[in-house]
Design a protein around this ligand. Structure first.
Ligand SMILES: CC(C)(COP(=O)(O)OP(=O)(O)OC[C@H]1O[C@@H](n2cnc3c(N)ncnc32)[C@H](O)[C@@H]1OP(=O)(O)O)[C@@H](O)C(=O)NCCC(=O)NCCS
Length: 327
């Protein structure tokens, strides 16, 4: 087996430990497609035990990432049977001199089953930017009791003539609160978001909901459905936003329910997204969303304790690693 083959096997094992994952040959192929450029044009460091790859760190420069900023995509995996201290020490040695040379944004999602990776990257100065949550639609609907909408508000499908209000709300939000989505106000991200919503507004099958107060749009949620995701089956990512006046009033619970019902009607099994919003993390725990992993970044705006309840709900050792003081 090549280093790439062993890396693919380690990453596949991480998916297999994650409850919502659905076994399929497409998963291995998708991981191989993702990791091949790291191994052919990027940089790879490998830790071996008894002749087998027990940990691997690979990075490559991506000039035109989907989120709109040049970035270094870093893919780290390890055999979870190797002692955590050994993996952590190897990563500190290996990445310590490298990370300062990666002179652009970092794009690194550490799978939830890799506490030593989280610990090492924290010790090397990265912080937790957001947690990546995966929800299962049927499970979430069974666990999330409904709640009434505050009077004067209603939930409705988004119309094409809502678009200017939706764009204005989304774009203003992330200029004002970049800590909850650092790339969401970048021009490339905004342009692709506009294009996606314009297309969705013309598609009768799309799932785009708004909250209205009279004729004013004060909330939006949109699905980006992938009917054959290689890891989750029919799945979606989502964008969610409320205008400040309706926040903190319990609108999210009934809005999620309407959205989840729309997903179920379309045969979508899984919904996933990154977040640092306490309300989203709270309802994520109510809906028993799983923690796929942790997005790390330089200069992350929140201390790890901001994410403690979500981390602890999934794996105490992960929380331990995440919260350990940085040396
Ligand atoms: C994310 C967002 C939609 C949350 O909306 P919100 O109005 O604050 O949410 P709600 O008031 O309906 O609260 C939802 C739940 O979270 C709970 N909650 C709110 N703040 C909380 C906090 N700081 N800690 C724990 N739970 C909290 C609420 O009690 C409620 O739980 P309940 O239904 O069990 O009572 C809103 O902050 C927003 O639009 N932000 C800007 C856009 C954004 O950041 N989008 C990215 C989202 S991933």
């Amino acid at each position: 087996m090549s280093d790439l083959d062993e890396h693919v096997a380690l990453r596949l094992a991480a998916f297999r430990r994650h409850r919502p994952y659905v076994e399929s040959p497409a998963a291995e192929a998708a991981i191989r497609t993702y990791l091949t450029p790291h191994h052919t044009t990027g940089s790879v460091r490998v830790h071996r035990r008894a002749g087998r790859v027990s940990a691997v760190a690979a990075w490559r420069f991506v000039p035109d990432s989907w989120f709109g900023a040049p970035s270094w995509n870093v893919a780290i995996d390890h055999d979870v049977d190797v002692p955590a201290d050994e993996v952590e020490a190897w990563l500190l040695d290996t990445l310590g001199p490298v990370l300062p040379t990666l002179d652009a944004e970092l794009d690194v999602l550490v799978p939830a089953s890799y506490p030593p990776v989280l610990a090492a990257l924290r010790r090397l100065g990265l912080g937790i930017d957001s947690v990546q949550l995966v929800g299962e639609v049927d499970r979430a609907l069974a666990l999330l009791d409904d709640a009434p909408l505050p009077s004067g508000l209603r939930i409705a499908p988004m119309r094409e003539d809502d678009l200017p209000q939706v764009f204005a709300m989304l774009e203003r939000t992330f200029v004002e609160e970049p800590e909850h989505g650092w790339f969401c106000a970048l021009p490339k991200f905004i342009a692709s978001q506009r294009e996606e919503l314009e297309t969705a507004a013309r598609d009768p099958e799309a799932l785009q909901l708004v909250v209205r107060e009279g004729e004013t749009v004060v909330g939006h949620v949109g699905a980006s459905i992938d009917v054959a995701n290689p890891f989750w089956g029919p799945a979606t990512s989502l964008g969610l936003c409320f205008a400040p006046p309706i926040r903190g009033r319990g609108v999210l619970r009934p809005f999620y329910r309407a959205f989840l019902e729309g997903l179920r009607a379309r045969g979508v099994r899984v919904f996933r997204g990154g977040t640092s919003r306490p309300a989203v993390m709270h309802l994520g725990r109510v809906m028993d969303r799983t923690l796929q992993g942790v997005n790390l970044r330089r200069g992350a705006p929140f201390p790890p304790s901001h994410f403690a309840a979500t981390l602890e709900a999934h794996d105490v050792s992960l929380a331990h690693a995440a919260l350990r003081p940085v040396a």
